[in-house]
Design a protein around this ligand. Structure first.
Ligand SMILES: Nc1ncnc2c1ncn2[C@@H]1O[C@H](COP(=O)(O)OP(=O)(O)O)[C@@H](O)[C@H]1O
Ligand SMILES: [Mg+2]
Length: 262
């Protein structure tokens, strides 16, 4: 099973990873990088779930991914829908774990389970839009999902957020992301949260151009984030590629799961 994707010249292994956190101000290139990473993951068979309560770029994918029948929704456009989608996902991951315990230490690759990519665009905006109970519910599911990503894997989060402060994402959650990316130059608070354990003076300065940023990954042999340039996606028709990949993997060679909810 293919478990690597490339970001610029960096190889990211989604096996034994929780996901990527992408931080940056509006217009710095978060959504472009996330959409590109999502397509790369879909091309190795990952099943996408999307949260976009700002109803911007990713919201358009509902036409491709969600049918009007009673199936569980894959594109969430309000905080309530996000909470509901994450609840279904958490229950699904529990069922997965219940059904695959016979081999000690096996993960999703060993069991040949289909990976799931959860795209969460504008995370901080969703939390500030949500009422307190819904925001807490979303955070609680995210923590469980990250835990399950560590446990058996097969679930990869792509979470983009404008701001990163301790109240948006507690430090103990942000450091759980195995890949952390800052687009262009971040403020010191965000830098500290995105790249903890790293002397701010050691962090390279990158060009203030959309798509330029810094990347850290647990599998790199340094704590210092490295400069990278995200691919330009302006010539790519993202919904069209999503539609194609969605159809391509409708019938696939992953293990069949009776409890599959979507
Ligand atoms: N990797 C890139 N290469 C070239 N241009 C980019 C790149 N990423 C972003 N851009 C440009 O910047 C704009 C804003 O990017 P976007 O991903 O929507 O930002 P954000 O989601 O951070 O607000 C894009 O519409 C595009 O014109
Ligand atoms: Mg965006």
């Amino acid at each position: 099973m293919q478990t690597f994707i490339n970001i610029d010249s960096y190889k990211i292994n989604i096996r034994r990873s929780t996901g990527a956190l992408v931080v940056g101000k509006p217009g710095f290139g978060k959504s472009v990088l996330v959409s590109c990473s999502m397509l790369k993951l879909m091309s190795i068979g990952a099943f996408p779930l999307i949260a976009d309560t700002k109803r911007s770029d990713f919201y358009a994918l509902r036409k491709v991914l969600d049918s009007s029948d009673n199936k569980k929704k894959r594109v969430a456009a309000t905080p309530n829908q996000v909470a509901q989608m994450l609840r279904v996902l958490t229950e699904f991951m529990n069922a997965r774990y219940e059904n695959h315990q016979e081999h000690w230490g096996w993960d999703w690759v060993d069991y040949n389970l289909r990976p799931i990519v959860v795209v969460f665009d504008e995370f901080s905006a969703t939390l500030s839009e949500a009422d307190k109970p819904t925001a807490n519910e979303i955070i609680s599911y995210l923590k469980q999902i990250i835990f399950k990503a560590r446990q058996m894997g097969g679930i990869y989060l792509l979470l983009a957020s404008q701001r990163l402060t301790a109240d948006v994402l507690e430090r103990n959650i942000s450091s759980e992301f195995s890949t952390r990316i800052g687009m262009q130059n971040l403020d010191r608070i965000s830098l500290n949260l995105a790249f903890p354990g790293c002397d701010l003076n050691e962090i390279p300065i990158v060009e203030n151009i959309p798509g330029h940023g810094l990347i850290y990954d647990d599998h790199f042999n340094t704590m210092i984030p490295q400069p990278f340039i995200a691919p330009d996606m302006s010539e790519v028709d993202v919904p069209k590629v999503v539609k194609h990949l969605n159809q391509k993997f409708q019938h696939n060679d992953f293990l069949h799961e009776d409890y599959w909810p979507w």
